[in-house]
Ligand binder design. Structure first.
Ligand SMILES: [Cu+2]
Length: 152
C-alpha cells in the first residue's frame, strides 16, 4: 500500500515534468506602436518547435512610410550589421536585405492597424543561443529590439 502510494506520487511528478516540457512556446505576439516601441523586451521560444510563428500587430495609426514596423530575427552579434544593410535594402524590400543568411526570419513592413506574421522552423535556432528580434525601419532598431530566449 505504501509502495503503491509512492509509485503514484512518482507518476504524478513525472506527469508534471512532462506537462512543463509540452509547454514549448512556438508563438510570439509582438505589438508595435506609433511611439516606436515594441510591447516586449524579451520573448521565449523553443528550438524544438516544428515551426515558430512571430506575429506583429501595429497598434498605431501612422502609415508604414512614416512609422512602419517589421520584425527581424538574427543573432544579437549580427543585429547591427543587418540593421545597417536594411536601410540600403529599402522600403521596397521591407527593409530586409534580400537573401541575407544572417536573417533567420523577417516579416513584411506594416503600418498602423495592420498585422502580419512570419513562420520558420524551430531548428533554425539553437537552445541557449544569443538572439534578438528587432525592427529594421531606419532608426528603429536602437529602441525597437528585444532578446529572443531559446529553450530546447
Ligand atoms: Cu519600427
Amino acid at each position: 500500500m505504501k509502495n503503491s502510494r509512492r509509485l503514484l506520487l512518482a507518476l504524478a511528478l513525472i506527469g508534471t515534468a512532462g506537462a512543463a516540457q509540452a509547454a514549448a512556446n512556438c508563438t510570439v505576439t509582438l505589438k508595435g506602436d506609433d511611439a516606436m516601441r515594441f510591447d516586449l523586451k524579451e520573448a521565449t521560444v523553443s528550438a524544438g518547435c516544428a515551426n515558430i510563428t512571430i506575429e506583429l500587430l501595429h497598434t498605431g495609426k501612422l502609415p508604414a512610410a512614416a512609422m512602419g514596423h517589421n520584425v527581424v530575427v538574427s543573432t544579437t552579434a549580427n543585429m547591427a550589421g543587418v540593421a545597417r544593410d536594411a536601410i540600403r535594402a529599402g522600403v521596397a524590400n521591407h527593409y530586409v536585405p534580400a537573401g541575407d543568411a544572417r536573417v533567420i526570419a523577417s516579416t513584411e513592413l506594416i503600418g498602423g492597424g495592420a498585422k502580419t506574421q512570419v513562420r520558420f522552423p524551430g531548428n533554425k535556432l539553437t537552445a541557449g543561443g544569443d538572439y534578438s528580434f528587432y525592427c529594421t525601419f531606419p532608426g528603429h532598431s536602437s529602441i525597437m529590439k528585444g532578446k529572443l530566449n531559446v529553450t530546447r
